[in-house]
Design a protein around this ligand. Structure first.
Ligand code: ATP
Ligand code: MG
Length: 405
């Protein structure tokens, strides 16, 4: 794509109330637009990153048997009342329509329970693993962390339905591995830890996936060697004993919760009458689990943890483009641009009338992993450099393209 036809430009000014690094960089680079506190729209560059993150998650969910659905954002009061959560002040269905009987989704737990009732009748109908990418609306009081804490945000939420506790447990373990694969693939696997957190409904603990970052709102106690962490919220001597970690191996760290998995067990299915018949025709409540990842939060976490003073450093797997082609004289990049496009490389071609200084500055900000520079000086060759390295190599066009394929 030619940068002259890109709908956005980089920005120098920021909304006054924006304090979070992730949002500052994403707004300046032209990835998102701030609508109001905790509410962001995605621009073309942002959508490209978001789509890549979404596809990685989709692949991993499909690989473990997930089937994609798409539920509605508007939800029925009566469904929430069946689980007694419509007027739960802690949770807060904060955005009701004028009838007061329809709410905007803060979660899809109750609606999914209500929906699967129609598709699960017998033990033969399970296991069922369904997921979606869908907006959630939350009355977040601390919407100061940019895309880390949106009042509207996209979540991947998967729900598991099993006939027994063993089935649920087994899938839960499979999901832990799938989550780690996702965080590995988006480039933050080495700083993301499985973390014991408050459990709630069925088990003593739930599990979070916490990424080390000074921008994090959570505090965890990390056993780096054992690759396990405990959220401060549940930390105690008896928990340490139970998990089998020693206090001296733990360090306190700030972290971002990028994912959360937990077991409902049969609590919601009992409340809402979601049952199945076993071989002998006896009815039982279904075993349920819930597994979330916030996409905007994940994108913001990548920005928080992989940027430098000049801008973002996208990992190849989620970068908006593979290569930023920069020409220093008008037209000098045309030949290589055409070659890259023909080979199917995702390229952003800086064909603007701007100074080299402006081009390099914008390129550092946008953070595409490869930078190719063509100029009179490079002749029939191209100067190739990674965004996070100072070292440049002068290569023939074919050799340079070879680096990307
Ligand atoms: P937190 O503890 O950070 O408030 P939560 O426990 O309420 O989050 P869940 O309801 O478990 O979050 O949501 C699952 C995932 O959705 C979280 O792990 C996180 O990745 C993401 N998420 C939750 N709240 C937000 C938010 N306000 N903005 C962006 N992503 C969010
Ligand atoms: Mg949580």
């Amino acid at each position: 794509m030619r940068q002259t036809s890109l709908y956005t430009k980089t920005r120098k000014t920021l909304p006054k109330d924006e304090v979070a690094t992730n949002a500052k960089l994403l707004i300046k680079g032209g990835f998102v637009h701030k609508e109001l506190a905790g509410v962001y729209s995605y621009l073309p560059l942002g959508v490209r990153v978001l789509t890549k993150i979404e596809n990685i998650i989709r692949e991993e969910m499909n690989r473990i048997g997930g089937q994609e659905i798409l539920m509605s954002s508007l939800q029925d009061q009566a469904v929430w009342e069946r689980n007694d959560r419509w007027s739960d002040k802690k949770i807060d269905i904060w955005f009701k329509d004028r009838t007061g009987k329809v709410g905007f989704a803060w979660s899809h737990e109750e609606p999914i329970m209500n929906m699967v009732r129609h598709h699960i009748g017998s033990y033969k109908d399970m296991p069922v693993y369904v997921y979606q990418f869908q907006n959630k609306f939350r009355n977040e009081p601390r919407a100061k962390s940019g895309l880390l804490r949106g009042r509207e945000f996209i979540m991947k939420d998967l729900y598991s339905f099993n006939v027994d506790g063993e089935g649920l447990d087994k899938f839960y373990e499979t999901m832990k591995k799938a989550y780690m694969r996702i965080f590995d693939r988006v480039g933050i696997g080495n700083i993301t830890y499985l973390t014991f957190a408050s459990g709630g409904l069925f088990t003593k603990f739930s599990h979070e996936f916490q990424t080390l970052s000074s921008a994090g709102e959570d505090v965890i106690y990390l056993d780096k060697k054992g690759k396990i962490a405990i959220n401060k919220e549940v930390m105690s001597e008896s928990v340490l004993k139970e998990i089998g970690v020693s206090k001296k191996d733990l360090v306190e760290e700030k972290a971002i919760e990028v994912g959360n998995i937990f077991k409902f067990g049969t609590k919601y299915s009992e409340n809402m009458g979601v049952t199945f018949k076993d071989k002998s025709g006896k009815e039982h409540p279904v075993y349920v689990g819930s597994y979330g990842i916030g996409l905007g939060r994940l994108m913001a976490t990548i920005v928080e943890t992989l940027s430098d003073d000049s801008g973002i450093i996208w990992p190849d797997s989620v970068a908006p483009f593979q290569v930023h082609l920069i020409e220093l004289e008008k037209g000098s990049g045309e030949t290589l641009y055409k070659k890259l496009e023909d080979r199917g490389v995702e390229v952003l071609y800086d064909d603007r009338d701007a100074t080299p200084g402006e081009k390099f500055k914008d390129s550092d900000l946008i953070g595409i992993p490869w930078r190719f520079v063509v100029s009179k000086k490079t002749g029939t060759k191209v100067e190739c450099k990674r965004r996070n390295s100072g070292k440049a190599e002068l290569l023939t066009y074919d050799k340079a393209i070879g680096k990307l394929l």
